[in-house]
Design a protein. Sequence first.
Length: 356
Amino acid sequence: MTSGPALSIVNVTKAFATPEGGEVRALDDVSLEVADGSFIVLLGPSGCGKTTLLRCIAGLETPDAGEIRLRGERIDHVPVWKRRVNTVFQSYALFPHMTVAQNIAFGLQMDKVGKADIDRRVGESLDMVRLSGLGSRKPSQLSGGQQQRVALARALAKDPEVLLLDEPLSALDLKLRRGMQTELKRLQRETSITFVLVTHDQGEAMAMGDQVAVFDSGRIVQFGDPEEVYLRPRTAFVADFIGEANLVTAQRDGQSLSIDGLGLTDAQALANPEATETGSVTVAIRPENISLSESADGAGIVSDVTFVGGDIHVDVELGPNRLTVRIPSHGARPPGVGARVQPIFLPESLRVLADA
Ligand code: ADP
Ligand code: MG
């Protein structure tokens, strides 16, 4: 076994012809290194290329350009069944006429694994997903969540180097989904198999990923751990897609930054080495990082106040910019609509964004 990344995606591009005679770039020069034994999440809105990347890794799609390496060895031209990569599909894709145990055993039989070994691995993988005792049922005799576990058990039984999961939880209701998120994290830790999971749900990505790759139109725009992408979004797309963000325009001149409608702020705001743009820039600030002080000469005017469960959202007009401020509803009374307020925040909670 070689050290280094379990999986390397190097400058992979994949385009599809559209029925209109044009072309869609599903993957546009995508590179990604997946550390051995890690849990990686590919996050992005529908249509941004996540499934296409999984299908390229699995061998169901051939990239137009670039390389895919498993433990350092190129696999782009290795046929699907010879890649030690398994996929769990959103639709589960179980054989309806086979029992649970037969579904799990099927792939092992294709690989010519011996009978005793198959029985042992079927038993172990059913234990792993907590379905022992249900091996003789048909898929139709199981709930959706249980069918999902069978699909997982089937993939794990083959002991893959990398397990690919394409929106595996999206068909489950919210409560089941939360439970399965915890289960998947446990399974990944216990098996040390490298997991690559696709989702369009940012909460799920934050909860599950050791690292998250954020996709925007066929490109990875940021790759980092959940704290990193939340606290230090690189682009407006990332700031907006992950959590809530105020995106405000500001003027940057050397070390000083003035938010339109607010005036000059502390130069320490610019302790962001990646943001090199000057002139008119976009700045992100999270609603929970702002507080409001009522004052007759405040720069902003409250335009709306909304109670949202435990929080109150206060919208503030600030010249051409609008800020949403989130304050806890158990705290002090919020200012009323029409009140003059001064937004207060720490300079380090401002994030100057890169263009792309
Ligand atoms: P995601 O999984 O992020 O929702 P996909 O990878 O499925 O996105 O799709 C990315 C883009 O590629 C979309 O515009 C989609 O319509 C297009 N696409 C995917 N597969 C095909 C295909 N087989 N033929 C034509 N277009 C495709
Ligand atoms: Mg998809």
